[in-house]
Design a protein. Structure first.
Lengths: 333, 327
C-alpha cells in the first residue's frame, strides 16, 4: 500500500487543481488520527471538515476544464482493465496470443463472467505500477494485439458470446516493428470485421480513448464513456504542437477538440456517459467500476434479443449516421 | 526537415533495407512521447506545409526547375509534367493532383462526378490561429473544389467503375466528415450499380479540426465497405505518396486488392513521429512502397504508366465476384 502522504502530493501529472481537495483530505485524516490517539471527541469537527471536503470536491469537479479531464483520465490511480478483471468479474480465463506473431500484453483478452452473464472481454491493459506499465507498453498495442483481439472476437462469435471492450490507450504504438507488421492494416481490419461480427458488442472508454488505437477495438452496438474519460482523434499535446505550434497551448487544444464525455454525447458519438463517484474514479475505484458493470450488463440485456442480421445492420447504420444532420448527405441505399 | 523527409535512396537500394522486427521496449519517458503522437491526425495542415515545400520552396528562380524529393535531381518542370510527374532520374512518383489523377485513370470524357456539392461544416467551431471555416474557404478557392475527395463514375479501358480520388492539395487529403461520407457513398454506389470500386489515396490522415467526427469516419467508411463486401463487390485501392494515419488505418488498407505507386510513403504513423518516439534513426526505405511489398503488406507495386492496364486486368478477374456473393 502506497503511503497516503505520497499520494496526496499528487504523483499524477496535471492534477494540481486537486490541491485544495488533497489538503482537506490530509487534514481530515489527521483529525481522525488525533481523535483515535487522544480519545477526544472531535466528531463535530470531523463532520464539518467532511462537509467542506465534499463541497470542495463537488465544485472543483463541476468546473473541470477539458484538459483537466484528460489528466483525470490519465490518473495513475484510475482503475485499469486489471482492476476490472479482479474486482468486477466473477470469473476470467485469459486467452493469449494472435497465434501468428506473439502475445501483445497491451491488450488482454479472455472469457469472462459477471454473475450469470458470460462474455468475451477485450481490453487495453495499462498496468498500475511502473513495472507493469512497462511490461504492458503503457497500453500502446502493436498489430499482434489487434489481431489477437480479432481472433478472440471470432471465437466469441462462434460461441455466441457477446463482446465487451474496455478502451484505455494513449494510442497504437508508433514504431518500426509496428509498421513492418502492418499497424494500419491490423486496425483497419478490426474496424471492418467488427461490422460483421454477429454477436452484441459493448464498448466502454474507461480512461484514454487514443485515436485509431482506441477505435481498433471500439466499434460496437453501444459505445459508452466514463464521465472523466476522453476520446480524441489526436492527443491534446500532439494537436497543440501541430496546429498551435506551441506545447503551452495543450489546454486550448483539449478544449477545441471536444474530447470529453459530455461533448461527445452531445455530438452523438457515444450512447451514454457512465457517472463517476464524486471526485473521479481514482477516488473511489470500486464505486466507479460498479457503475460500469451495471451499464455493461444493462446494455447486454437490451441487445440479447436482437437477431444477428438486424444487429449488424443497426451497428452499421449507427456509425453511418454519426453526426448526421438530416438532409445533409444524399441517401444511397 | 520536411514532415515526410524523403530519403535519397533509389528504389533499388531501398529494397535492400530491412529493419529489425524486434519489439520496441519503451521506457516511461518515451511512453509519454508515444502518448503525445497520434498518427491518424499527423495530417494537420499539410497543404500549407508540405505542399508548399514540395512545389514552391524547392523551385529554382522562375519555377522552371524543381528538385526531386527522392533523388535530389533537378528536373525541368515541363519534362516532369510530360512524364506524368514521374522523376526521369529515379522513377519516384510525385503526388498527383486529384483532377489530374482522374484524367489519367479514366477513359476520356467518361467521368461523371457525384456528390461534388458536399462541403465541410465547421461543427466544432475549431479555431487555432486561423478559424477552420476560413481554412476550408481558402482550400475551396485554391483547389477549385469543395472537398478533398473527388468521386464519381467512369470507365477504365471501357470497364465501368466507381472512382474515388483523395486530393492531397486540399488540406493534405485529410479525412473529415465529407471525405468519409463520400467514400461511404462511393461504396454504396458501387454496390448498387455493380461496379468495381477504385480508390486512390494520398492523405495525412484524419482531419483534426473536426475532432472525433473525423475519427469516426474510419468507422463509417468501414461500415459501408463491409456492406459492399457482403454484396460481393470488388474494391481496389491504390496507395500513392503519401498515405498515412487514419486513412491507412481504415478503408485504404482493407480493399480486396492493395496496390501502390513506386516510392510512395505509406504508414500508420508518420516517420517523424516514429523517430521521435523510438529515438532512433529509421532504416533507409522505411515505409516506402517497396518496403511494404517486402513485408507482405501490399499486393503489388504498379508504375503510373501501367496503372490503367493493371486496373483493367484486375477488373476483368473480378467480374465473377458478384456471382459468389453471400446473401
Ligand atoms: Zn528522382
Amino acid at each position: 500500500m502506497a503511503d497516503t502522504k505520497k499520494r496526496s502530493e499528487g504523483s499524477s501529472p496535471g492534477m494540481a487543481f486537486e490541491r485544495p481537495i488533497q489538503e482537506l483530505e490530509d487534514k481530515l485524516s489527521e483529525l481522525e488520527a488525533i481523535s483515535l490517539r487522544t480519545n477526544m471527541d472531535l466528531a463535530s469537527e470531523v463532520e464539518a471538515l467532511r462537509r467542506r471536503l465534499s463541497e470542495t470536491i463537488e465544485t472543483t469537479y463541476a468546473g473541470l476544464s477539458a484538459w483537466q479531464r484528460v489528466c483525470v483520465a490519465r490518473h495513475d490511480k484510475r482503475p485499469t482493465a486489471l482492476d476490472f478483471i479482479e474486482k468486477m468479474l466473477d470469473e476470467f480465463v485469459e486467452l493469449h496470443g494472435d497465434k501468428v506473431f506473439g502475445d501483445d500484453k497491451a491488450i488482454v483478452t479472455g472469457l469472462a463472467r459477471c454473475g450469470e452473464r458470460r462474455f468475451l472481454l477485450v481490453a487495453h491493459r495499462k498496468g498500475r505500477t511502473t513495472k507493469e506499465r512497462m511490461a504492458y507498453n503503457f497500453g500502446c498495442a502493436h498489430p499482434e494485439g489487434y489481431r489477437k483481439a480479432l481472433r478472440k472476437m471470432r471465437l466469441a462469435e462462434k460461441l455466441g458470446l457477446p463482446i465487451v471492450c474496455l478502451v484505455n490507450t494513449p494510442g497504437a504504438y508508433p514504431g518500426i516493428g509496428a509498421e513492418e507488421r502492418g499497424q494500419a492494416a491490423a486496425i483497419a481490419e478490426n474496424i471492418l470485421q467488427m461490422f460483421s461480427i454477429r454477436v452484441p458488442i459493448v464498448v466502454v472508454v474507461i480512461g484514454e480513448g487514443g485515436s485509431g488505437g482506441a477505435l481498433g477495438i471500439g466499434v460496437g452496438d453501444r459505445v459508452y464513456m466514463m464521465e472523466h474519460a476522453y476520446y480524441s482523434v489526436i492527443s491534446p499535446e500532439g494537436c497543440a504542437a501541430i496546429l498551435w505550434k506551441d506545447g503551452e497551448k495543450t489546454p486550448d487544444a483539449a478544449e477545441a477538440l471536444k474530447l470529453t464525455a459530455p461533448d461527445l454525447l452531445d455530438l452523438g458519438i457515444v450512447d451514454g456517459v457512465v457517472p463517476e463517484p464524486a471526485g473521479g474514479a481514482h477516488r473511489a475505484p470500486l464505486v466507479a467500476m460498479a457503475q460500469v458493470r451495471r451499464q455493461v450488463l444493462e446494455a447486454l440485456d437490451e441487445l440479447e434479443s436482437i437477431p444477428p442480421n438486424r444487429l449488424i445492420e443497426e451497428r452499421r447504420v449507427k456509425f453511418r449516421r454519426i453526426g448526421e444532420i438530416p438532409g445533409r448527405f444524399p441517401v444511397v441505399s | 526537415m520536411p514532415d515526410f523527409a524523403l530519403n535519397p535512396e533509389s528504389p533499388e537500394r531501398k529494397r535492400a533495407s530491412s529493419a529489425s522486427s524486434e519489439r520496441e521496449i519503451v521506457p516511461p519517458a518515451r511512453a509519454a512521447d508515444a502518448a503525445q503522437v497520434e498518427p491518424e491526425a499527423a495530417a494537420e495542415d499539410p497543404s500549407e506545409r508540405r505542399g508548399r515545400r514540395l512545389w514552391k520552396k524547392k523551385d529554382m528562380p522562375g519555377g522552371l526547375w524543381l528538385k526531386c524529393e527522392s533523388c535530389g535531381q533537378m528536373i525541368y518542370r515541363k519534362e516532369l509534367e510530360e512524364k506524368g510527374r514521374v522523376c526521369p532520374a529515379c522513377d519516384f512518383h510525385f503526388t498527383l493532383p486529384g483532377r489530374e489523377r482522374v484524367r489519367m485513370v479514366l477513359d476520356e470524357a467518361s467521368f461523371q462526378e457525384r456528390f461534388a456539392e458536399l462541403t465541410a461544416l465547421d461543427r466544432l467551431h475549431f479555431n487555432d490561429s486561423v478559424p477552420y471555416a476560413d481554412k476550408i474557404q481558402r482550400s475551396v478557392q485554391k483547389v477549385g473544389q469543395n472537398e478533398a475527395l473527388i468521386c464519381g463514375t467512369g470507365t477504365v479501358e471501357g470497364r465501368p467503375v466507381v472512382l474515388a480520388v483523395l486530393d492531397f492539395s486540399f488540406m493534405g487529403g485529410s479525412m473529415g466528415e465529407v471525405v468519409g461520407e463520400k467514400i461511404a457513398l462511393a461504396c454504396d454506389l458501387a454496390r448498387k450499380e455493380g461496379r468495381p470500386l477504385v480508390v486512390f489515396t494520398s492523405s495525412g490522415g484524419a482531419r483534426m479540426h473536426e475532432g472525433m467526427l473525423s475519427l469516426m469516419q474510419m468507422a463509417k467508411t468501414s461500415a459501408a465497405l463491409a456492406s459492399l463486401n457482403e454484396a460481393g463487390g470488388l474494391s481496389i485501392c491504390v496507395l500513392t505518396n503519401p498515405t498515412t494515419g487514419g486513412v491507412t488505418a481504415s478503408f485504404a488498407s482493407v480493399c480486396d486488392i492493395t496496390l501502390a505507386e513506386p516510392g510512395a510513403l505509406i504508414g500508420f504513423a508518420g516517420p517523424r513521429v516514429i523517430a521521435s518516439t523510438i529515438k532512433q534513426e529509421l532504416p533507409p526505405g522505411f515505409q516506402r512502397a517497396e518496403f511494404l511489398l517486402e513485408k507482405g503488406q501490399i499486393d503489388r507495386i504498379v508504375r503510373r504508366r501501367d496503372l490503367r492496364a493493371t486496373l483493367a486486368a484486375l477488373i476483368d478477374f473480378g467480374v465473377g465476384s458478384r456471382g459468389a456473393a453471400r446473401g
